[in-house]
Unconditional design. Structure first.
Length: 95
């Protein structure tokens, strides 16, 4: 399956998530069919090491989804950290 290229302008929704007492900003971008296709995760400490790690994790999750990996497949493959909480949030939006 080829990677799904997203339009330049697309719907997105920003949420606040919490994990182990730390808050995160999570923005989920959608394709034209209103399916989550990208995610941006930011910590409350811009420029910190965790913020850089979350940037990289966001790219990996987004590319996986755009290449046909389902959110439940990703969820089963990742531990219990903040990225799991983000995937749970995305999966709940799919309904």
């Amino acid at each position: 399956m080829a990677r799904e290229i997203l339009p330049n302008r697309r719907m997105s929704v920003t949420h606040t998530a919490e994990h182990e007492g730390m808050q995160y900003s999570v923005t989920v971008g959608y394709n034209d069919n209103a399916k989550p296709r990208e995610v941006f995760i930011r910590s409350v400490k811009p420029g910190s090491q965790i913020d850089e790690i979350l940037d990289d994790a966001s790219v990996v999750v987004s590319l996986a989804i755009q290449n046909g990996v389902t959110i439940p497949e990703l969820r089963r493959s990742i531990g219990t950290g903040v990225v799991c909480k983000v995937l749970d949030l995305m999966e709940a939006q799919i309904g």
